[in-house]
Design a binder for this molecule. Structure first.
Ligand code: SF4
Length: 259
């Protein structure tokens, strides 16, 4: 049993009877797969996913501490998993530094996905370069053009995507799952670190000497785009630093919100 801080309901790790590799690829068996993965370590979860789900598996890397740890394990186990990142064009310089450092350290290219040029030019022409501060609608439009649509493109045709969500990040994320079926995109979505705490992730990253963003040492907990991320104070929820000016905001860009 791997316990890294969150006591989620667990079940037997064995595969349910009468399922063979490939059976997990659709929505019908996502629940069975969740039960099969629950008691495994995050590394084992990704190995099992790769072994039992045919087709493309995409890890959407955002260079957070969770993502860096997942990338470390993907490289260490040489898993046949595509690694992509959405470059919104508004990331921190420190994030680009980490990106380059990570590629050099692991000897593996991380495929960059960019916003579609015509849509981006139209967005900036309409709302201005800082229009995202003007209204929730403008912010959502920016996230859609710079993040959502590029990620949709990266995931098109994939059988599964891997994300770095943890249950203890927000109430909304706690309501998520270790693995489920993304109906809108038509693929499995797995969060291998779903039941790990932030402290457990940081301890593992330190133990394995995984490189992380220099901004973490300056109080930035969850790091996204530069205009939309600030440092948080001691004890403040980690995602409070995202879109902090929005009252009652979900602290989500939309990538992980059920559509
Ligand atoms: Fe735009 Fe901010 Fe969303 Fe980045 S996080 S895509 S800058 S609104």
């Amino acid at each position: 049993m791997f316990d890294h801080g969150i006591d989620l309901e667990r079940a037997e790790p064995e595969s349910p009877p009468n399922l063979t590799p490939g059976d997990y690829s659709g929505a019908a068996h996502a629940d069975d797969f969740a039960r099969a993965l629950a008691a495994l370590s995050p590394q084992q979860r990704m190995v099992r996913l790769r072994r039992e789900v045919p087709g493309r598996i995409v890890f959407a890397h955002g260079f957070g501490v969770e993502g860096q740890l997942l990338f470390h394990w993907i490289c260490g186990q040489d898993l046949d998993i595509e690694v992509v990142t959405v470059d919104t064009g508004r990331l921190f310089p420190e994030t680009y530094e980490l990106w380059a450092l990570t590629e050099a350290r692991y000897g593996r290219r991380i495929r960059a996905i960019y916003p579609e040029r015509v849509a981006l030019e139209a967005l900036v022409a309409r709302d201005g370069i800082h229009g995202l501060y003007e209204s929730k609608a403008a912010r959502a439009a920016c996230c859609d053009v710079r993040k959502g649509r590029p990620l949709d493109r990266a995931l098109a045709g994939a059988a599964a995507w891997i994300a770095g969500l943890r249950a203890d990040q927000t109430e909304m994320r706690r309501a998520g799952r270790l693995i489920g079926f993304d109906d809108a995109r038509g693929l499995l979505k797995i969060n291998p670190l779903y039941d790990w705490t932030r402290a457990a992730v940081l301890a593992e990253v330190t133990a394995l000497e995984v490189p992380i963003n220099a901004l973490h040492a300056r109080g930035f907990a969850s790091i996204g785009c530069a205009p939309c991320t600030r440092a948080v104070g001691p004890g403040e929820p980690e995602r409070n630093g995202r879109w902090w000016w929005e009252q009652g905001g979900s602290r989500e860009c939309g990538l992980h919100v059920k559509r």
